[in-house]
Structure formats: C-alpha cells, structure tokens
Design a protein around this ligand. Structure first.
Ligand code: AMP
Length: 544
C-alpha cells in the first residue's frame, strides 16, 4: 500500500523561495575584487537569480544544457548557483586552478555552450577560447565598463543581462532526478571524471547540513565558507544558507590572514569552513600582529576537511578563539559529505586530550551515508577501530556512475562506491583515514600510514609541510621517505626530525630518510602531488 502524502519534487529553487519569503533582508556579504564589501539581502539574490533565469531563456539555453563558471566566492557566483539550477540547466563549476589541458578537456567534455567568468580570469579565458569549440557565448561577471578588451565570440556583461529583465518569473517544476550541477574530480592520474548531481541528491545532502549532528546550519548562524564555490558546490553550504536564511559571508578571492580576520571580526561570523591551510595562514598572520583578541570573536565552530587537520589547528582554535573544530571527510563523489566530527554525550566526561584525539579522526558517519571497511578481496571487516581496509560508501548523495560513463565503473552490483581511501571505522561510526589506497607504504607487507607520519612531522616547530611516500627498498619492498618544507627562516636536520618522531611511532614506521625541499608540488585543489614526488624520489633509497 502506498502512502498518501504529496509528491512534491525536491528542487533547489525551493531553498531560495524560502529565503526570499522569510529572510529577505538577511545579508549576503561579498568581498569584491577591489577589496570592498558588497551587501545584498536574500530577497535581492532571489530577484537577480530570477532575472538570470530569464536571461538564460533569452539566450536560448535549454534544460539539461551545461553552463560553466570560472569564478570566486561572490554574490554573482551565488546567483548562478540558483538561477542556473532553478531553470533546470546544469551548473558546471570549473576550478580555475586546473592546468590548461585539464580545463580544455572538461569544458569540452561537459559541452559547455556558455562560460560565465570573473574579470580576474579574462586572460585565462582568452587563452582557452580558441580551444573551446562548444562555447558560443562568454559572460563577464560585472558591469559593461569592466568588460575586458578581448576578442571573444559574443562577449556579454552579466549586469547588462540582468538589467534587461524584469524578474517576473516563477521557478519551473520538473523531475527531482534532473541533473543540477556538475563537478570534475581533480584526477591525479588520467582524465578528470565528471560527477553529475541531481536536484534530489542536492536537496537531501542540504537537509543533512542542517542537522545538528552534521553542521547544524540554522538561521542563527553567520556562515563564512572559504571553501571555493567551485569545489563540490562549496560543500553544500550556499544551499543550506538559503534553506535556513543564515547570513552568508563570501570572501571573494582574498583568503589572506588580514582579509579573513576582518570578515570574522566585522561580520560577526559564527561558523567558518575552510581547508587547514587557510587556518594556518591566518594563524601565521596573527603571530605578526599585536593586540589581537581572537577570544572576543563570535566564531564558535569551524568545519575543516579535504585533507587531515593538523593538531595545531584544533588546539589554536580551542585555546585562542574558544571555537570547536569539526573535522569532516568526503569527496566530490559524495556531494561531498560522509562524516562530521561531532562528539557524543559520553565524550563530555573525557579529558581534553582524549577529546582532541577524537577530533583528530576524520569524523563520525552522518545519517544518510552508509560506510563500511573491506579487505583487498572486498570482504567486510569489523567496525572495531583497528581493522584497516578500503573504505566504501553508499547513499542517496553518492554517485551511481561518472558523467558519460568516462571514468570506469564507479560502483559495484550492490551500489558500493570504492572511495580509494584506506582506514578504519569504529563502533560509533568514527572514521580514521590512514592513506589514499595508492599512497599507502607497504613495508614487508605491513601498511604504514603516510598521513599519520605527515601529521606528526608538521608538529615539529620548523616544519611547514610534510609528505611521506613509498620508496623502493631491496629488503622491505617499500620504506617511508619523508619530504618536508621548512617555515620561513627555519631549518631542520634529518637527525632532529627522526629524534622528534621516534617517541611517537613504532620503530619500524620511522622514515628511512628525510629530505628538505624548497617547495612541494600541489594539485589544483591544494593537495600534495604524491604521484609527482614518487616519480622523482621512488628510487631514492636505491641511489646509494
Ligand atoms: P576531493 O574529491 O577533491 O574533495 O578529494 C577527496 C579526498 O580528499 C578524499 O578521498 C580523501 O582522500 C581526502 N580527504 C577529504 N577529507 C579528508 C580528511 N578530513 N582527512 C584526510 N583526507 C581527507
């Protein structure tokens, strides 16, 4: 027997309708290119998103077509999040830090007809344009005066498009399973792979962000997402902001310490989300200032993830800001959230050290996502916090396949997606990631966690960044090799680093060698390019 409840399609436009109806004057603050702050209410965002929808119609963009953005976190990019998806068109947020060949590949693969771009990226767009056969229209995100002097086919100004419309438009209803947005994985090997979200998956993921044991996003919060809008839909935060009527603070391209400090202080930010590097940059800037009082800020919760969160971030936020760090884990294929590190009631009784140990884990499984750990033959392992294996995920906001099928089989017959991460799960659902499957060091058949060694190494006061890779070894097949960069004006020797690590790990985990390098190679999403380090240093121990 079927239930007798209404079948209303779960569409992204419903979030904006809610924000406009009940929170029209709640602000969306954006840092513009010249550093000034732009302010608009959710009512204004809704009006402009509707005008954008009308403009897209006038440009002849049909439902299901993909339009690309190359833009920072500003109100205009936010309007595209709603105006494009609300029209039934697919928003393809392109990461401008990708390498030019990757940019060409994904814009072509997505068959983008229109590219919306921040004026900062005019040079990049001009270089790419001759190689983008599918693109017929370019829209610069600004006023006509800001239009770059470029020979681009059909170059339009965003503000002109909006000014030509009246905003008298109602969001269409359509199947909730329709595609809403498209993100490509950064792809350290092979071509980037497209993950195509649906309205339904996005709405369910957004509901989860509002849950207290996930991010607890509510109308009481002032949110500062430093995670880029082009990275997995900014972890879903813009949609949750609209769906709750939270104040939203968008930092533009300025993620330096001073700019962030100003936003935290002047906008009364209560919740911020950023990868650990952003926090380390802020702390380094704070060290050079006199008379700062982070304890007086309203910041209470910080979400961080994308890479393991170093202990110094957790400790500094707690001790100096009075803020709690929540570590999250996920990936493009998971929309991205799989876990968030909220503690349980019984953890209140633990001492600070034990609570910090829990916060250093990758987070606790959230409702809506099933996680399991399996061995190399695919057999499930116990959730005991010690059995290390491959992490698999399943759920309504996990992909079922890559866009156009390019990227291979994504899930097995039972719907389990192999995340490529290696780690443990415990009985409470806490996840500990020890490695990417391809980064694990197998010494004499035993697994050594590169992430754990890296986390310990960055605890040394002279170390800025650390990477552990597997180096070939005659006897043990592989042994850990530690590469580090040092903080400005600091240095460290191999003997000092090994002495620092020795009391903290089993003897056989200690790296066989330590190399100080000037700079680490990074991917477009800021992760260390281990594949490149391996190609340069895999034979290091054999060089003699
Ligand atoms: P992306 O799809 O670019 O978001 O990258 C996802 C990958 O980032 C995951 O598969 C993990 O390897 C890594 N990752 C994400 N969150 C964390 C975290 N909290 N700790 C360690 N690694 C993480």
């Amino acid at each position: 027997m079927l239930g007798l409840m209404q079948q209303r399609e779960l569409l992204i436009s419903s979030f904006l309708d809610y924000a406009e109806a009940y929170h029209p004057r709640v602000e969306v603050v954006s840092r513009l290119r010249d550093g000034t702050l732009h302010r608009i209410g959710w009512g204004g965002i809704a009006d402009r998103a509707r005008r954008l929808a009308q403009a897209l119609q006038r440009l002849g963009i049909r439902r299901g077509a993909r339009v690309a953005t190359l833009a920072w976190n500003t109100h205009r990019h936010l309007e595209l999040f709603f105006g494009v998806t609300g029209s039934g068109i697919v928003l393809h947020t392109v990461n401008p830090r990708l390498f030019p060949e990757q940019l060409r590949y994904i814009i072509d693969h997505a068959e983008n007809g229109v590219v919306f771009f921040d004026v900062e990226f005019a040079g990049l767009v001009a270089d790419l344009a001759p190689h983008l056969p599918t693109v017929h229209t370019y829209v610069a995100l600004g006023v006509r005066d800001e239009l770059p002097d470029l020979a681009l086919p059909n170059l339009l100004a965003y503000e002109d498009l909006l000014a030509a419309e009246d905003g008298d438009f109602a969001w269409p209803m359509f199947d909730e399973n329709s595609a809403s947005s498209l993100c490509y994985t950064s792809g350290t090997t092979g071509n980037p792979k497209g993950v195509l979200y649906s309205h339904r998956s996005t709405v369910l993921h957004t509901f989860s962000l509002m849950a207290v044991d996930t991010m607890a996003i509510s109308a009481r919060e002032t949110l500062l997402p430093c995670a880029p809008l082009f990275h997995v839909n900014c972890w879903g935060i813009p949609y949750a902001a609209a769906g709750t009527g939270a104040k939203l603070v968008l930092p533009g391209s300025r993620l330096d310490g001073e700019s962030l400090w100003e936003l935290l202080r002047d906008e009364g930010v209560t919740f911020a989300a950023a990868v650990p590097t952003v926090w380390l940059t802020l702390f380094a800037w704070m060290e050079r200032q006199a008379d700062l009082n982070p304890g007086a800020l309203k910041l209470r919760r910080v979400l961080s993830g994308g890479t393991a969160v170093p202990r110094v971030v957790i400790d500094t936020l707690r001790d100096r800001f009075g803020a709690t760090l929540l570590q999250a884990w996920g990936m493009t294929e998971l929309s991205p959230l799989g876990t968030v590190g909220n503690l349980l009631p019984r953890h209140d009784a633990l001492d600070e050290e034990a609570r910090t140990a829990l916060r250093l884990k990758q987070g606790r499984t959230i409702y809506g996502i099933e996680l399991r750990v399996v061995d190399e033959a695919g057999r499930p392992l116990p959730r005991d916090g010690t059995s290390v294996g491959l992490i698999q995920a399943r759920g309504p906001w996990v992909l079922s396949g890559y866009f156009k099928g390019d990227g291979g089989q994504a899930v097995d017959a039972d719907g389990w997606f192999g995340t490529g991460d290696v780690g443990t799960l415990d009985a409470d659902g806490f996840l500990t990631i020890t490695d990417r499957a391809k980064d694990v060091v197998k010494s004499g058949g035993e697994w050594i966690s590169s992430i754990e060694l890296e986390n310990l190494a960055v605890g040394h006061p002279a170390v800025q960044e650390a990477a552990v890779i597997a180096a070939r070894h005659a006897r043990w097949q592989e042994r850990p090799l530690l590469l580090v960069t040092c903080k400005e004006g600091r240095s460290v020797t191999k003997a000092e680093l090994l002495a620092f690590l020795a009391p903290k790990v089993a003897k056989w985990w200690l790296p066989d060698d330590v190399i100080c390098v000037d700079a680490m190679p990074h991917t477009a999403t800021g992760k260390v390019q281990k594949a490149r380090l391996r190609s340069e240093y895999a034979d290091w121990l054999e060089r003699g």
